[in-house]
Design a protein around this ligand. Structure first.
Ligand code: NAP
Length: 321
C-alpha cells in the first residue's frame, strides 16, 4: 500500500497535518516493527506528504468527498476545481467547517473542463501561484463529469474531451518522476463495450488505439448517435483514452477507475444508496497505492477490472494484457 513520504519540500501552514507528516515520516524511519511509535492517523497523513493534487468537479458529490479525504485524512494539498467559482468557494468552506486546521492546504480553482479558455486560465493561475519548477502537481483527478440523458456531443464534451483538455494543459505542471493521473470512468463503460463490442471491433480496448481512431469513432457517434447510449460510450472512451495517455507518458502512472454506484446528483432517483464518501476507494488506491501496471481500469473495490465486461466488487481481479 502506501509508504511514508518525506515531509513536503514547501512546508504547509496547515500546522497539525504538516507536523503530523513530519513526525510520522521521521518516526517511520526509526520505528521498529511492532513498536507503537506512531499511530494510524499520522501514517495516513504521511501518505500525502504535502504533495498537491488537482481534483476537477470538486464542488460536490464524489469529487468533494475525495477533496475532503485527501486534505484532512491523507496529508495532501488540494486544488478543488469547480466550473462555478461560488460553488467551489462554498465547497472549500464546507470542508474547512469540518477541518479548520487545513485552511492553508485547500483552495478552490475555477475550472470548466469543457472550455479551453477556462482550463488555460486555471493552468496559468496554478503556474503563477506555485511556479512551474519544481512541478507543483503530484496528481490530477479527472472527476468532473455529466450523467445520463444528455446529447452525445455534450456528454463527450465533459466526460472525454474535458479530461483530455485538462491533461494536455496541466501535464507540464505534473511531477515527471512520480506524477499520477486518474480518469473517472464507470461500469457503464465496460457494459457499453460488452453490448457493442461486435460492432466496434477492438477499437475501445486496443492498447495501441490512436487518438485519430478514437476521435473518428466519437465524431461518428456525435453525427449518428442512434442506438448508442452517450454516457456509456463516453466512459468506454475514457478507458481507451487512459490506455493511450499511459502509453504516451510511460514515466507517469495513468489509470482509470469507477467510484461504484454512488448516490449523487447524477444517480439521484435511480436507486443508488452509497454516500460519496464511500466512492473514493479506487481513487485513493490509484493516487497512493503501489501500482503494478499502467493504463488500466479499476473497479470501485480498487481491483483491476476488464474494459469489455462488468466485474463486480469482490469478483476475482482481471489479469490480462
Ligand atoms: P455529481 O455530484 O453530479 O458531480 C459532478 C461534478 O462534475 C460536479 O462538480 C459538476 O459541477 C462537475 N462538472 C460537470 N461538468 C463540468 C464541467 N464542464 N467542468 C467542470 N466541472 C464539471 O456526480 P458524481 O457522481 O459525483 O460524479 C463524479 C464522477 O463520477 C463523474 O465523472 C461520474 O461520471 C463518475 N461516476 C459516478 C457514478 C455514481 O454512481 N455517482 C458512477 C460511476 C462514475 P457542477 O456542480 O457545476 O455541475
Amino acid at each position: 500500500m502506501s509508504r511514508p513520504r518525506a515531509p513536503p519540500s514547501r512546508p504547509g501552514r496547515c500546522r497539525a497535518p504538516a507536523l503530523a507528516v513530519a513526525a510520522a515520516a521521521a518516526l517511520a524511519v526509526v520505528a521498529l516493527p511492532g513498536s507503537r511509535g506512531f499511530g494510524p492517523m499520522a501514517m495516513a497523513l504521511a501518505a500525502g506528504g504535502g504533495r498537491r493534487v488537482l481534483v476537477t468537479g470538486g464542488n460536490k458529490g464524489i469529487g468533494q468527498a475525495l477533496c475532503r479525504q485527501l486534505v484532512a485524512e491523507k496529508g495532501f494539498k488540494v486544488l478543488l476545481g469547480s466550473r462555478d467559482e461560488a460553488r467551489g468557494a462554498a465547497a472549500v468552506e464546507a470542508i474547512l467547517a469540518k477541518h479548520p486546521e487545513c485552511k492553508d492546504n485547500i483552495e478552490a480553482l475555477p475550472l470548466d473542463v469543457a472550455s479551453d479558455e477556462s482550463v488555460n486560465a486555471a493552468k496559468e493561475r496554478v503556474a503563477s501561484k506555485f511556479g512551474a519548477e519544481p512541478a507543483p502537481l503530484y496528481g490530477i483527478v479527472n472527476n468532473a463529469g455529466v450523467g445520463f440523458n444528455l446529447p452525445m456531443a455534450d456528454t463527450l464534451a465533459a466526460n472525454l474531451f474535458g479530461p483530455k483538455r485538462v491533461c494536455e494543459a496541466f501535464l507540464p505542471l505534473l511531477d515527471a518522476s512520480e506524477g499520477r493521473i486518474l480518469n473517472t470512468a464507470s461500469a457503464s463503460g465496460p457494459n457499453f463495450v460488452n453490448r457493442y463490442y461486435a460492432k466496434h471491433g477492438k477499437l475501445l480496448t486496443n492498447p495501441e488505439v490512436t487518438w485519430e481512431e478514437l476521435e473518428a469513432f466519437m465524431q461518428e457517434a456525435i453525427a449518428d448517435p442512434a442506438g448508442r447510449e452517450p454516457y456509456g460510450l463516453s466512459k468506454a472512451c475514457v478507458n481507451a483514452y487512459t490506455m493511450l495517455l499511459a502509453r504516451e507518458n510511460p514515466h507517469l502512472k495513468v489509470n482509470a477507475m469507477t467510484p461504484g454506484y454512488i448516490l449523487t446528483d447524477i444517480t439521484r432517483g435511480m436507486g443508488a444508496t452509497k454516500s460519496p464518501e464511500e466512492g473514493t476507494k479506487a481513487a485513493l488506491h490509484l493516487l497512493m497505492g503501489d501500482l503494478e501496471g499502467n493504463g488500466r481500469y479499476y473497479g470501485s473495490d480498487a481491483v483491476r477490472s476488464p474494459m469489455d465486461r462488468y466485474r463486480g466488487p469482490g469478483d476475482p481481479p482481471y489479469v490480462g494484457p
